[in-house]
Design a protein. Structure first.
Length: 379
């Protein structure tokens, strides 16, 4: 029998009451609005949802800083647009505010993906200091109006292209002195300034960034270095590293749509790796697929997960469900919404919610509590 929880001592309750007067967000951990994530934004990919949130049906956490990092052309901006579109679809009152250092946010592309561009505010920005000051000022205004909490997505695209004010001033004066880490320090300062403000306003901040290999490293690292130093790695709650490769269309493959003059390149296969995650175990990896004509394919990566957990079994070239129901050849059911949504996803999600989680064995603690209760009863 577990030990009965005792009432809070009077003096401690008074201390907590005084603390609440100084800090309006002070609360028991089980009730704390800032430390608990209750809302998520669908990424547009079931598999990506799973590795970032531990559920096929969740996605990116609201109120947190999230990084999408990778080389040029790996789909970072497209995924951000997809997230905005999905958030607006779930809540028509959702706004996106973009700080764009690359002039890469295009209204027509966003509109084609499903973004309501009338509810996207675009802010060209050049320096880290400008970006930091503008976002901090914006969030301070949002914090005062609770009706706007949870209604904003902030995007920085891209963090790696932001210069420091000193870099700009030196360039204007014709100086060639190196930055000496000032830009990295300023980016870290920006991330520190935004962390709590995003949580208090339940605002999701998504940044994109470039990555590179360390030329001084003896062996290639799984986690690539980011432009702008370690600040984004330390202060982001979730960091997704992307890589991609072009996918050619075979001459006898007529099952997938493509742009006729696209030189047989139908899209890109992306690998998403969670190099940091404060919600489920990190270093989970999945495959994403982007077709240049049809967009992000929501079922990509799920076949590997389903076969790994025996929700689907493969028998030569054919597949079956765990209950023995035959699915047949992959090409016959890979786009069948009913099979995925009704027969595969519920079973797979139940396993993922159990497996993709931090957990410890509490048996010894329960035994200790039981012993303590016995001792107290004897006394």
């Amino acid at each position: 029998m577990a030990k009965k929880e005792k009432e809070i001592p009077k003096s401690l309750a008074e201390a907590f009451s005084a603390l609440e007067k100084m800090n309006e967000y002070s609360a028991p951990l089980a009730e704390n609005a800032l430390s608990i994530v209750n809302d998520y934004i669908n990424t547009g990919s079931y598999a990506l949802n799973a590795i970032v949130s531990g559920s096929i049906y969740k996605g990116l956490p609201k109120g947190r800083i999230i990084g999408l990092v990778g080389p040029s052309g790996c789909g970072k901006t497209l995924i951000i647009n997809q997230v905005i579109a999905n958030a607006q679809k779930a809540d028509p009152n959702m706004w996106a505010v973009v700080w764009d250092s690359e002039n890469a946010f295009d209204a027509q592309m966003a509109r084609n993906i499903g973004v309501n561009v009338n509810k996207v505010r675009h802010n060209p920005v050049e320096t880290v200091e400008e970006c930091r000051n503008q976002i901090v000022s914006f969030l301070e205004k949002i914090e005062k109006d609770k009706s706007l909490h949870g209604k904003i997505i902030i995007v920085i695209d891209s963090l790696g292209n932001l210069a420091s004010t000193k870099e700009i001033e030196d360039a204007q004066k014709g100086k060639t002195a190196t930055d000496m880490g000032l830009r990295a320090k300023t980016i870290k300062s920006m991330m520190r300034s935004l962390t709590n403000k995003c949580a208090k306003t339940n605002t999701t901040l998504i940044f994109s960034n470039h990555v590179y290999d360390d030329p001084a490293s003896l062996f290639p690292s799984l986690v690539k270095n980011q432009s702008g130093g370690k600040g984004p790695l330390y202060l982001a709650s979730l960091l997704i590293q992307l890589a991609s490769k072009q996918e050619k269309k075979d001459g006898n493959d007529d099952t997938e749509s493509m742009i006729p003059i696209a030189n047989r390149v139908k899209g890109i296969t992306m690998r998403a790796l969670t190099v940091k995650n404060r919600f489920v175990p990190p270093f989970l990896e999945t495959e994403l697929y982007l077709n240049f004509k049809n967009g992000l394919y929501k079922y990509a990566g799920l076949l590997d997960m389903a076969t790994a957990y025996n929700v689907i079994t493969q028998n030569g070239p054919t597949y079956s469900l765990a209950d023995g129901t035959k699915l047949g050849y992959l090409k016959n059911w890979k786009d069948d919404t009913t099979i995925w949504e009704k027969k595969i996803l519920p079973a797979l999600n139940a396993i993922i919610e159990k497996e993709f989680t931090f957990s410890v064995d509490t048996t010894n603690n329960e035994n200790t509590n039981a012993e303590d209760t016995t001792t107290e009863s004897a006394e």
